[in-house]
Design a protein around this ligand. Structure first.
Ligand SMILES: C[S@@+](CC[C@H](N)C(=O)[O-])C[C@H]1O[C@@H](n2cnc3c(N)ncnc32)[C@H](O)[C@@H]1O
Length: 235
C-alpha cells in the first residue's frame, strides 16, 4: 500500500494478534491489532481495503461475515476474500523422494469435508463461491484471481529452514503422534464422516510424511496452494 497507509488487523485469537504485533514491530508502519469477534465489531471510520485470508473456510455463515466486511469498507473501497479450495489444495503437494500418488490421495477427505459442510456449515469450496457471494451482496467489478506462487523449497533457498518449519507446523507434520493421540484423531475423523480404515490410512500417511521430513533434513518439496482471491468494489 502507498506510504502513509494505516493498517488494522482483527482476529479473536489472542496468539495471532500477538504474532501480528511482533511481525509489524520496528517496521515503521502504522498498524493496530484488535482482538475481537468480527461479527460483533463495528467501525466509525471506514477502510479503502477490507481483506480476509483463510477465514471463510472455517465459518458456519460466510455470507454474514462478508456482509460485515462490506460494512467496514468506504464507498468505492474494495472487499477482498482470499481462501483455498480444499480440493485444489489437496492436489498440490510434491515431496521429492516420496510417492506422489500417495501425497495427493483424497480418500476419505471428501466425506470429511461434506460432513463438516452438512453439520457445521463449514464450506470446503467457499473459495470458488466467494466471488458469487460478493456479487449477490451488491459489489461492483467483481472478479477472481489465483495466486500463482508455488512454494518450491530446497536447501539452496536462504529461507529454507524457516519456510520448512512453518510448512510442517501448519500441516502438523512436525512430529509423529503417540498411539493415544492417533486413536483420538481416528475417532474424531470418524465423527466427521470417515470410515475407520480411511481415518487410519489418513493418519498413516501423515505419519509417513512427518517421518520423511524428520529423517531428511534437506528434503525438497513443492506445494501449489492455489489461493483464490475474490474481490469487488462497494458502490
Ligand atoms: C486459518 S486461520 C487464518 C489466520 C490468518 N488470517 C492467516 O492468514 O494466517 C483463521 C482465523 O480466523 C479467525 N476467525 C474466525 N472467525 C472469526 C471471527 N468471527 N472473528 C475474528 N476472527 C475470526 C480465527 O481465530 C483464526 O485465527
Amino acid at each position: 500500500m502507498p506510504g502513509g497507509s494505516t493498517y488494522t488487523g482483527i482476529d479473536f485469537a489472542e496468539n495471532l494478534i500477538q504474532e501480528g504485533k511482533q511481525l509489524f514491530a520496528n517496521q515503521n508502519i502504522a498498524a493496530e491489532f484488535i482482538c475481537k469477534n468480527v461479527n460483533e465489531y463495528t467501525v466509525e471510520s471506514k477502510y479503502d481495503f477490507v481483506i480476509c485470508q483463510a477465514v471463510l473456510r472455517h465459518l458456519d455463515d460466510p455470507v454474514a461475515f462478508i456482509r460485515k466486511m462490506i460494512s467496514f469498507a468506504k464507498p468505492g473501497g474494495y472487499v477482498v476474500c482470499m481462501d483455498v479450495n480444499r480440493e485444489f489444495e489437496s492436489c498440490g503437494l510434491y515431496v521429492d523422494g516420496m510417492d506422489y500418488r500417495e501425497l495427493c490421495l483424497h480418500e476419505g477427505l471428501e466425506k470429511k469435508w461434506q460432513t463438516e459442510l452438512a453439520l457445521q456449515g463449514r464450506d470446503y469450496s467457499v473459495a470458488v463461491k466467494a466471488a458469487h457471494i460478493l456479487e449477490s451482496l451488491g459489489l461492483a467489478d467483481v472478479d477472481v484471481r489465483m495466486n500463482d506462487k508455488v512454494e518450491f523449497m530446497t536447501p539452496k533457498h536462504a529461507d529454507y529452514e524457516e519456510a520448512r518449519n512453518d510448512f510442517l507446523r501448519a500441516n502438523q507434520w512436525t512430529s509423529c503422534m503417540g498411539q493415544g493421540e492417533e486413536n483420538a484423531l481416528i475417532l474424531q475423523l470418524m465423527t466427521h464422516g470417515m470410515s475407520r480404515s480411511e481415518a487410519r490410512e489418513y493418519c498413516l500417511r501423515n505419519r509417513r510424511i512427518a517421518e520423511y521430513f524428520s529423517s531428511n533434513p534437506a528434503a525438497e518439496y513443492s506445494f501449489a496452494r492455489g489461493l483464490l482471491i475474490a474481490y469487488g468494489r462497494k458502490m
